[in-house]
Design a protein around this ligand. Structure first.
Ligand SMILES: [Zn+2]
Length: 153
């Protein structure tokens, strides 16, 4: 889920207007910011496998440090904790931590069952929305506004 993470970040701006949009986006996308670093470092693995889902060819082979539910909670506590240390604002820090975890929840909707719960457990989670291009587009593409109203003359 790409746009969904940013939509949640935008929506949270109402809850915490003092937090910059960049910080909100970083929190919502944090797991995907960590993941490529770990892939490049050879710690986590992804393969390009056309057809692995209808929407994306990425086969997430191993990514428990960036994308397990357990570690998303750890990353959330770390992100919120660093924010709290810098800004000394408790509620925005908690909200930022929850935003980090929201990434895992939204990913669980779109991914096939490849999201781990823990670092080494066998359980994988995913509701497979990416197996449906129309379903994915319906969720990812924002609804159109009614647009301009044209006068009759
Ligand atoms: Zn992700």
């Amino acid at each position: 889920m790409f746009l969904g993470h940013y939509a949640v970040a935008l929506g949270s701006k109402r809850v915490a207007p003092a937090v910059s949009l960049g910080t909100l986006f970083a929190a919502a996308a944090f797991l995907d910011l960590v993941w490529p670093v770990l892939v490049i470092a050879g710690v986590e693995r992804v393969a390009v496998a056309p057809g692995s889902t209808a929407f994306t060819p990425l086969d997430f082979e191993y990514y428990p440090i960036s994308h397990s539910l357990l570690m998303s909670a750890v990353w959330g506590v770390a992100f919120g904790g660093v924010y709290f240390l810098i800004r000394r604002r408790r509620l925005p820090a908690i909200m930022l931590g929850l935003l980090v975890v929201s990434h895992w929840v939204l990913d669980a909707v779109v991914h096939r069952p490849d999201l781990p719960l823990t670092l080494s457990g066998p359980t994988r989670v995913g509701l497979r929305l990416w197996n449906s291009v129309p379903g994915t587009l319906a969720v990812q593409v924002p609804a159109r506004s009614p647009g301009p109203t044209w006068g009759s003359g």
